[in-house]
Design a protein around this ligand. Structure first.
Ligand SMILES: Cc1cc2nc3c(=O)[nH]c(=O)nc-3n(C[C@H](O)[C@H](O)[C@H](O)COP(=O)(O)OP(=O)(O)OC[C@H]3O[C@@H](n4cnc5c(N)ncnc54)[C@H](O)[C@@H]3O)c2cc1C
Length: 583
């Protein structure tokens, strides 16, 4: 089972979805997905993603369009307006925020602090979050821990290359220049109620290395016991506190279990949101004099949208049904149905110009540093080495996506613990290392991170245990020869990473990337205002968090650990609150 195999390490520990997925099922569906793109366009018009068993406002349901003539996807076709007679009440505010994940909560708190009246409508029952890494630059936490402020020159230059330049750099500099203020604000909100913050462990690539990862991932925690193995999983602490803070301290309103279905425009301006109370089925109109902020998260629960924008992820998705879980937390294989994206499209917004990025995990591969690949020997299903293994985990995942069965196998010997290192502990704070080779080896013996580690005193036996072809032994022998020589003639890995597989017992496991989330979607300017296809701002409509388009392209590298929370959910929405208030 994929989940059983991938369960464990990194920020994505323990509480995976209870929907068990058979990997063969994934791959079968992938084949269907790839073959069915054309068919899916037509099917899209017939499929419904309205979710939660409330009113079905899927485009096809309301328009009956067959879609084939326009070659449009079902999700692109606006539904018929919700009948006025069904709207039972109207509420008014300066700003209506749709969604109570971190991006919506930060937007709301910032608007309120700057004097605006805010209503949050959220389909979830409570604040939604997952993981817990929040990238922040030169904050009171990094300063207290003695971590240097990173220089965007050359660090961002590497990231330009990693993203192929195919993104909107102005977002990054706006983030960089406002990150300290925004993160310090969040850290102070947390501290008032005893929520503490530290910086996560990460790889120790040097500044001159394209894999360089600054120590900048802020992780919230309550109990000191969470510092041992739980760092980077504390987002629920701060998300729940923000929801309380908004209502009790700032006088804002959060309407839970209320699903936004349509936006309304007057003279080109978005002026209100029509939402349904998911318990009573009654509709309400939420009028916004200044702004509607769409903070509805990703679109990975919508099969058509994924087929259209992230087809490479289809093999890793859960079996998608109409049963959307708007409270989805630490779940892999698909999250939200892209309601905000659809509403924005129907209101005339354009999709982002660059391809969408998917976040793959877990970033930590076995028997290595946090957030890196397994930097020893990795082979594919044919027992062949396929890459310079010394890269960030996110990049290794992207490469593994192109392998047969989307799977890599890592093989190492007992000597790896003593011959490499020091080995940082995953999910601990910066600078915490395994105290001895034996302590590191114990994590393999105990399969502490759930990779399904196999152990055997013979290499041939291990290769058989892993289900790899017997010829894999030739690859291991070649790798060992290169290690002994001190030069990687095949993939030019750094000599210090060429640790031979010398001492039994030998260890190995397979690794298939997990799908975490889709990123981006709606085109926006640097003030986060949605843009139409002519790049003109749509008055009154803003996008934050995973709805915000063009922040990334190519691959979520994890070089900026926690950048989605840090930038699109915390810093940029924090600034948006001030900008909407004219400050
Ligand atoms: C296992 C896992 C771990 C992760 N860890 C990290 C991490 O450590 N750091 C990081 O940066 N990223 C992490 N991510 C990515 C993370 O999901 C996003 O960064 C983050 O959730 C984006 O926040 P958001 O506010 O945009 O959306 P979400 O957190 O998904 O919140 C969306 C909100 O909108 C509501 N909503 C949706 N549709 C409607 C509607 N129609 N009407 C009203 N409300 C609606 C939802 O109910 C929810 O309240 C992780 C992802 C996974 C799967």
């Amino acid at each position: 089972m994929l989940e059983a195999r991938n369960k464990g390490e990194g920020t994505f520990t323990d509480t995976f979805t209870d929907k068990n997925i058979d990997r063969r099922g994934f791959l079968k569906r992938a084949a269907l997905g790839a073959a069915g793109v054309g068919a899916a366009a037509a099917l899209g018009a017939c499929s419904s993603q309205s979710g939660s068993g409330t009113t079905n406002n899927s485009p096809a349901a309301s328009t009956g369009a067959t879609n084939s003539a326009e070659q449009q996807w079902g999700f692109e076709i606006p539904p018929a307006p919700i009948a006025e007679s069904t709207i039972t009440a109207t509420e008014e505010a300066d700003v209506v925020v749709v969604g109570a994940g971190m991006s919506g909560l930060v937007s709301a708190a910032s608007c309120l602090e700057n004097g605006l009246k805010v209503i949050v409508v959220s389909a979830s029952k409570a604040a939604v979050s997952r993981g817990g890494s929040n990238h922040g630059v030169d904050t009171k936490i990094t300063q207290a821990m003695g971590l240097p402020k990173y220089d965007p020159e050359p660090f961002y230059r590497y990231q330009y290359v990693a993203n192929g330049g195919n993104f909107k750099p102005a977002f990054w500099y706006k983030f960089y220049n406002n990150s300290a203020e925004a993160m310090n604000w969040l850290v102070d909100i947390a501290a008032k109620v005893g929520i503490k913050c530290t910086i996560e462990s990460g790889p120790e690539y040097t500044v001159d290395d394209p894999m360089y990862t600054p120590g900048a991932a802020h992780a919230f925690y309550k109990e000191d016991s969470e510092l041992e193995g739980g760092v980077g999983t504390g987002e629920p602490h701060i998300a729940a506190e923000l929801a309380r803070f908004i209502v009790e301290d700032l006088g804002g309103t959060i309407v839970w279990q209320t699903k936004a279905e349509q936006l309304e425009k007057e003279g080109g301006k978005v002026v209100s949101v029509i939402a349904v109370d998911m318990t009573s089925g009654k509709y309400r109109r939420y009028k916004a004099s200044k702004a509607v902020i769409l903070a509805t998260g990703d679109f990975s629960h919508d099969k058509d949208m994924m087929t259209r924008y992230c087809p490479e992820a289809l093999p890793l998705l859960l079996e998608i049904d109409n049963d959307v879980n708007y409270d989805a937390g630490l779940q892999v294989g698909g999250l939200m149905p892209g309601d905000g994206h659809k509403m924005a499209l129907w209101a005339g917004a354009a999709w982002q110009s660059a391809p969408n990025v998917i976040m793959l995990g877990r970033p930590n591969l076995p028997a290595d540093q946090p957030y890196t690949s397994h930097t020893g020997l990795m082979v594919d299903a044919n027992g062949q080495r396929f890459m310079n293994e010394d890269v960030l985990g996110g990049i290794a995942c992207a490469t593994i996506m192109n392998l047969p069965d989307i799977t890599a196998w890592c093989i190492w010997g007992k000597n790896r613990a003593a011959d490499g290192g020091p080995w940082a502990k995953p999910n601990y704070a910066q600078g915490v290392y395994f105290s001895s080779a034996e302590e590191f080896i114990k994590t393999w013996d105990d399969d502490a991170y759930g990779f399904g580690v196999k152990k055997n005193d013979s290499l041939e036996g291990l290769i058989a245990d892993l289900g790899l072809p017997p010829s894999t032994i030739d690859t291991v022998e070649r790798f060992n020869q290169l290690c002994a020589k001190g030069h990687d003639d095949d993939f030019y890995k750094k000599p210090e990473k060429m640790i031979g597989i010398n001492e039994p017992p030998y260890y190995g496991c397979s690794f298939t990337p997990m799908f975490l989330t889709s990123l981006g979607g709606i085109r926006a300017n640097t003030n986060l205002q949605a843009l139409n296809t002519e790049d003109k701002p749509i008055e009154g409509l803003y996008v934050v968090g995973s709805v915000l388009g063009n922040f990334y392209s190519s691959v979520y590298t994890f070089a900026m650990e926690g950048i989605n929370y840090g930038a699109t959910c915390v810093t940029l929405p924090y600034v948006l609150g001030k900008e909407l208030a004219g400050k």
